[in-house]
Design a protein around this ligand. Structure first.
Ligand code: ADP
Ligand code: MG
Length: 269
């Protein structure tokens, strides 16, 4: 059993505080969903967990099974069992998917036989309906948005992390690909006890990938936590009801007849 524990996390980028006090625990086999408006800090959270350079941790802690994640380099976080499917996967010309996955697994001391990585890749490609010819391309180069997301899912299947963060893995996927990808991730949670932190805007990801907990992130804070029904409610109502306690106050509404209510009004009317 693994558990990723985030406590009182505050973090920023470019001199601005974006994550403003987050507490979140993801355990093995659990699916946590984070939903929130654009710019609320969802991707920032995923990058800070994975240790992307350029982000400043301002307070709090992240541990994986008690080990201090924030003290680790990104590759050490990966070896420890963390995985990030990026919102915008990076294109790496000249490096094949197979070479990358082989380096990752050999580096972690997790592959022995020649050909083992390719065999695993083929099994995974089959499971998510990913055409084999994409496996020969340089990493993510000339893949469509949806193909990149399948590619991320394939990596997850081959690398078998303990905790996976999926940053909008559904974006760009057509309905069939969405079903294949979410089913594959759900199977990992059931078969291997993968813990998932899934960032999404859409409830449709959550038909195959069944959430245990849904969190609403607004302006760098979790302002609501609930069960799957919270995702249904968000789909109906949007984020308007979840502004958080420090939302910017609305301009006070002016009384009709107040001369300031309409600067172009006829003053004698
Ligand atoms: P979300 O994923 O929820 O849409 P992000 O985490 O990507 O939001 O961004 C949160 C905020 O941080 C946004 O206002 C964004 O403009 C800002 N931001 C993200 N990355 C950077 C950066 N490298 N430099 C400055 N500001 C950034
Ligand atoms: Mg984002």
């Amino acid at each position: 059993m693994s558990s990723l524990v985030i406590e009182g996390l505050r973090a920023g980028v470019g001199g601005r505080e974006i994550i403003r006090g987050i507490d979140l625990t993801v355990g093995s086999g659990e699916v946590h969903v984070v939903m929130g408006p654009n710019g609320s800090g969802k991707s920032t959270l995923s990058h800070v967990i994975m240790g992307r350079p350029g982000y400043d941790v301002l307070g709090g802690s992240i541990t994986l099974d008690g080990a201090d994640v924030l003290a680790m380099a990104p590759w050490q976080r990966a070896h420890a069992g963390l995985f990030l499917a990026m919102q915008y996967p990076t294109e790496v010309p000249g490096v094949s998917l197979e070479a990358m996955l082989t380096e990752a697994l050999v580096g972690a001391g997790r592959v022995s036989a020649v050909g083992e990585v390719r065999a695993r890749m083929l099994v995974e490609a089959e499971r998510i309906g990913f055409d084999e010819r994409f496996l020969q391309r340089p990493l993510n180069v000339d893949l469509s948005g949806g193909e990149k997301k399948r590619n991320e899912t394939l990596q997850l299947g081959v690398l078998q992390p303990r905790i996976a963060i999926l940053d909008e893995i559904d974006s760009g996927l057509d309905v069939d690909a969405l079903r294949d990808v979410s089913r594959r991730v759900e199977a990992e949670t059931n078969e291997r006890g993968l813990g998932v932190l899934a960032i999404t805007h859409y409830r449709r990801l959550l038909t195959e990938l069944r959430p245990d907990v849904v969190h609403v992130l607004v302006r760098g804070r979790i302002v609501a936590t609930g069960g799957p029904e919270l995702a249904d409610e968000l789909e109906r109502t949007g984020y308007a009801g979840f502004a958080g306690e420090d939302a910017i106050p609305q301009e006070p509404t002016r009384e009709i007849g107040d001369p300031l209510s309409d600067p172009f009004a006829d003053p004698l009317a």
